[in-house]
Design a protein around this ligand. Sequence first.
Ligand code: PMP
Length: 325
Amino acid sequence: VVKLASNENPLGPPDGAREAMREAVDSMEFYPDNSGHALVQAIARKFDWAPEGITLAAGSNEIFYLLCDVFGGPGVEVVVGETGFISYRIAAILSGATVVATAMPGLVHDLDAMLGAITERTRLVFLPNPNNPTGTALPVAEVEAFARALPDHVVFCYDEAYAEYDEAALDVAGLIKDGVKVMATRTFSKIYALAGLRIGYSLSNPALADLLNRVRPPFNTSSMAQRAAIAALRDEAFVQRSCLVNERGRRQLEDGLRSLGYPPFGTHGNFLLMEVEDGEAVSHKLLQKGVIVRPLGGYGLPRMVRVSIGLEAQNARFLEALKAC
Ligand code: PMP
């Protein structure tokens, strides 16, 4: 079976992370370091960030839940894009907050519409850049202007799950220095190929990190995850190799899809979309041929199928199966 459904890195974890996991096995009787000190220090060094502003979580998903725990609740509005990553909505709804979803013409976040949707009741706004599942991204200059235009009572969560696949990064530190209430979330699930370990983090000012820390469950990140993440972070060559494999795979899939008559959509991250007549039916047929992809009916895109970029042979298997369908 070839799984191209969850935007995982097909190379698998970097060698150093594998080794760190093996070593961690021998101390599993101990609870993890609740503060994740060593990993926090490693992230702090990498981003030149104050350790007090770093929050570790069981995947960046957990950060969204912590944020909604702190700022959500009945009477609160949370602004998201209509076909933005779905987790924000779920976390907001579970907190009792009201989700305000703005239209995304061309499947791109409309920052003016998001600004226009902000009221006195808004406490949180989420923006993934690049976005999953659409594979679209906004120029960081536009995001920066958006962040600066937000009123003071709104916290801006900028989700950078796929940031390592893209060149340009938002100057989150500069914004925070200027008093903007923004936090960036990142993950080891994507380019670092550790999705199964559940480890992610946020970069914010210490005050916001302190609030998240008050609702964070104890020992929310495992010692194995902390150790593997430290090793992964060190391996910059692995990140570069992953980007290269991804770019090659993207070209292979784009060419293949075009020649089959399905113009690909989405140019960011480690996945792309194709438009078919019935996404659910095509995905089911592919499944019967041993290829797992993601139909996007749940996102209100019943004609779209998302396919993660795999290794050359996996991409070829997918294209072959699609042709046979
Ligand atoms: N943000 C985006 C845009 C994603 O696509 C994903 C994973 N699909 C996540 C966040 C969450 O990833 P994790 O919880 O594994 O860090």
